[in-house]
Design a protein around this ligand. Structure first.
Ligand code: AHR
Length: 334
């Protein structure tokens, strides 16, 4: 607990008992690696963080960034892995409210359905920071700020690159799309941005689009179906590197050459994706940075101190071609 809250002894005893019971609850629904109640007397800020899961290389790098940054900033982190389930995130957030942490931060697995729990945090006077993904709540006072990427822009950059590559195409260019998990902001927004960009050339057509849940296994399985159902696939747009990497296996198994027979565009730019791009198996990546930890901890300190913070903080990102990936790879941190 930070310095700003003090409690009487009977309240503390009740809080400790409630925390013990509730932590058990969270551990059962998600994957929590910090137990104990929310009361510490060392003056440290306590942050309760609910992570989406461990579905991708991006997510692993994001979790590492958050844990390392919390330790460096002297913030006590209570971390819960929701295993891609909204109900687990809601349970974890309620647990953090019960523990009276100083700040709650989370990356919402889907965009909708957060108003009730966010209102509970607000009523308990605990500031909430959204990180990586946002929510669609109309009431913006339910959270202090949203730190993360512009996913629509990532999709648009991917689409614009394709429009440029195919500007001389005289016939239809068949595109298949591997979406992230249904209802997730990056799935909705990347689809939107990409669709808007390719509308510039009527030859570019999405012939199939399905969720692969941001995982390699999902990417492989859905790509196998796409390949079975469609004779001519010219382009794959995968909403992240991991699904693209899974799809490579399906494409190879179908006797096609990834990056040549099928142009592959992805999002993220994690090391394995960048390696595939450098090797010519992918053709283009729109970057999405997972290194949000240091900014998140900075924001936590500010909101805890009652300082105003901007309602939206956008991550700086770029794009990569094969040549650029070869250059960037030796210094890639994740
Ligand atoms: O929200 C960010 C997305 O989630 C990343 O692009 C993807 O890899 C992850 O699972």
């Amino acid at each position: 607990m930070g310095k700003m809250r003090t409690h009487s002894a009977p309240w503390r005893a009740a809080a400790v008992l409630a925390s013990v019971l509730l932590v058990g609850g969270v551990a059962a629904c998600g994957n929590s690696d910090t137990g104990g109640g929310g009361t510490t007397d060392d003056g440290k800020i306590t942050m309760g963080f609910s992570q989406v899961g461990a579905e991708s290389g991006w997510r692993t790098a994001n979790t590492t960034s958050i844990k390392e940054a919390a330790a460096a900033a002297g913030i006590e982190l209570k971390f819960d892995d929701a295993q891609q389930k909204q109900e687990n995130q809601i349970k974890a957030i309620r647990n953090y409210i019960q523990q009276k942490v100083d700040v709650i931060a989370f990356s919402p697995v889907v965009e909708s359905g957060w108003d009730t729990v966010l209102k509970e945090a607000k009523d308990a006077d605990i500031p909430v920071i959204l990180t990586d993904r946002s929510v669609d709540s109309a009431d913006k006072s339910l959270y202090k700020t949203f730190l993360g990427s512009d996913f629509v822009k990532e999709g648009r950059l991917a689409g614009e690159w394709l429009v440029e590559q195919k500007k001389t195409a005289s016939g239809p260019v068949n595109i298949v799309e591997l979406q992230g998990n249904t209802g997730a902001a990056p799935a909705n927004d990347r689809k939107k941005g990409f669709g808007e960009a390719i509308a510039a050339n009527p030859n570019l057509k999405i012939i199939a689009s399905q969720p692969g849940d941001f995982t390699r296994a999902g990417g492989k399985q859905v790509m196998e179906q796409f390949l079975k159902a469609n004779k001519k696939i010219d382009v794959l747009f995968a909403h992240n590197d991991d699904m693209g990497l899974g799809a490579l296996e399906a494409i190879n198994a179908a006797g096609k050459v990834p990056g040549k027979d099928i142009t592959i565009i992805t999002v993220d730019a994690v090391k394995d994706g960048m390696q595939a791009l450098a090797d010519g198996k992918f053709n283009f990546i729109a970057e999405c940075s997972p290194l949000l930890g240091p900014q998140l901890m900075d924001l936590a300190k500010k909101v805890h101190a009652g300082e105003e913070v901007p309602p939206r903080i956008e991550t700086e990102e770029t794009t990569f071609t094969t040549e650029q990936a070869k250059e960037a790879l030796p210094n890639r941190k994740y």
